[in-house]
Write a protein that binds this ligand. Structure first.
Ligand SMILES: Cc1cc2nc3c(=O)[nH]c(=O)nc-3n(C[C@H](O)[C@H](O)[C@H](O)COP(=O)(O)O)c2cc1C
Length: 217
């Protein structure tokens, strides 16, 4: 798959693609960091500043939580899930056997990056470019996903493992309250990261030729 030997002009391209190939989902994580907190912050900062957004609308909002602050996210999720059990939406058995161990595994990691989109900030541009009005929200989410991917890639490049979670809307209100965030920040994803304690799982690939066509080579 993509195995033809090619030469790139810039060795950084090879490095970048190697990083892309080695990024995986890691669920077994511990609360240790291979790099300084400032280095982690720099990765997140660069993603906020330099990941593109449609019309340069800069709609992504990000919260970096480390150590004790990170644990709070997963305490919030645990308590939200326990409420579902109490309400009869989730069985106690399913919670104990699957949900709780999973949430505790996230809690055992080093940090969580919360990714939000501020859709309300798009009000003016939607009026200015009415023809694109219905495109701005999906564009904002796409831009947010680019930030998620960049941070995931960069953290793993530095020796972390990470996994991407989606516990909205269950945890939203408590997240907003706990960190005093603006109400307009709509949570999309939670990237959990820490030092890996286990390998990534097996991954299979659909044949490239069913997913990629090239013309004019
Ligand atoms: C948009 C998106 C949403 C995802 N949501 C979740 C999620 O909610 N929980 C989870 O455990 N993994 C989630 N994943 C991880 C995927 O399951 C994983 O990336 C995929 O199986 C490929 O495995 P890999 O990351 O090891 O390459 C998500 C990935 C993407 C790109």
């Amino acid at each position: 798959m993509g195995s033809t030997a090619v030469e790139f002009k810039n060795p950084a391209t090879t490095t970048l693609l190697e990083l892309v190939k080695s990024r995986r989902t890691y669920y077994g994580l511990k609360a240790e960091s291979p790099i300084s907190d400032d280095a982690i912050e720099r990765i997140v900062e660069d993603s906020v500043l330099h990941v593109p957004s449609s019309f340069n609308t800069q709609t992504s909002r990000v919260v970096l939580l480390l150590k004790e602050e990170h644990k709070k996210v997963w305490d919030i999720a645990i308590s939200a899930m326990e409420n579902l059990v109490a309400a009869g939406v989730l069985t106690q058995e399913a919670y104990e056997a699957s949900t709780k161990p999973k949430l505790n595994a996230f809690r055992a990691a080093y940090g969580t990056v919360l990714f939000f989109v501020d859709y309300e900030s798009l009000a003016t541009i939607k009026e200015q470019f009415a023809i694109y009005a219905d495109k701005f929200d999906p564009f904002a989410l796409e831009s947010n996903a680019m930030s998620q991917y960049l941070v995931w890639l960069a953290l793993e490049s530095e020796g972390f493992g990470a996994n991407l979670q989606h516990y909205s809307p269950l945890i939203d209100a408590e997240i907003t309250k706990t960190w005093g965030l603006p109400a307009s920040w709509k949570l999309d994803a939670q990237l959990v990261f820490g030092t890996p304690t286990s390998e990534a799982g097996e991954k299979t690939f659909q044949p490239l030729e069913t997913r990629l066509k090239v013309f004019g080579k």
